[in-house]
Design a protein. Sequence first.
Length: 286
Amino acid sequence: MDERRSELKRIIMDTKTLPTLPGVITKLNSLSENDKASVQEMARIVASDQVLSARILRLANSPSYGFYRVSTINNAMILLGVNVVKSLALSSSIFEIMEKNSIGLWEHSLGTATAANIIAKKLGIPEVEEIATAGLLHDIGKVIIGLKCAEAVTEIRRMIKVDELYIRDAERQVLDTDHAEVGGWLAKSWFLPDKLSEPIACHHDVSRSEDHRTKSTVVHLADLLIKASGFGDSGDPYVPQIQPLAWEVLKLDEKLLEEIVFELEDKLIEVKNFSLEMQIADATET
């Protein structure tokens, strides 16, 4: 079993085995590591790929971020930050796979990003856009497992149904790892900052989060609220309880939770409409 886990980690960390990434990504990675590189330089690189920049702008104007006025990549870089735009660019190929093959998971991810945005704003937690992005990417490991371990996915689904397991527990029994850990590996292979990779890796177990526990907890709560709402399809037929540590970290109470849920319910209508618009736009482009 350890061999299976090690092999999967090796595959994830070897970016050549992942879905083809746009050619601009290599240039963007190089520039983002250069302290002297300007936002304008990075924006020009991304804008040179019209399909990629159109997708990033659509996401930047989604309910997950709530700006509705991001008209250029340069504008997106300033409003969302380089890390967020880089994450959206890196993830574009995988988002495309989700939209075509896993609409339910795509909508669950959009919903989680939106919920994370609402929670962070409600609680006055800084770096809202990066928290929303961690929410958007939190289940990206499921896509990678589907791509790289297709035969294992059948057994995982069988165990979820027959043994009534959470998807994470079934993944661990079959692969000796789970989608959260796989997503964390992927984020590291992309050189995303820890404040993004840690919430992705720890959204099911906030006690494992060390440096970015608040962000990880927001994503944990957002994920559960979207599951409880029945919006999208995470692959989990059951809704886990909010971890006791999450109540403590976010200083939550029932009243605050009710306010978050109330605000989220209205927003999810926008998210559904946005998802449909994205699917129509992508169908038109192809």
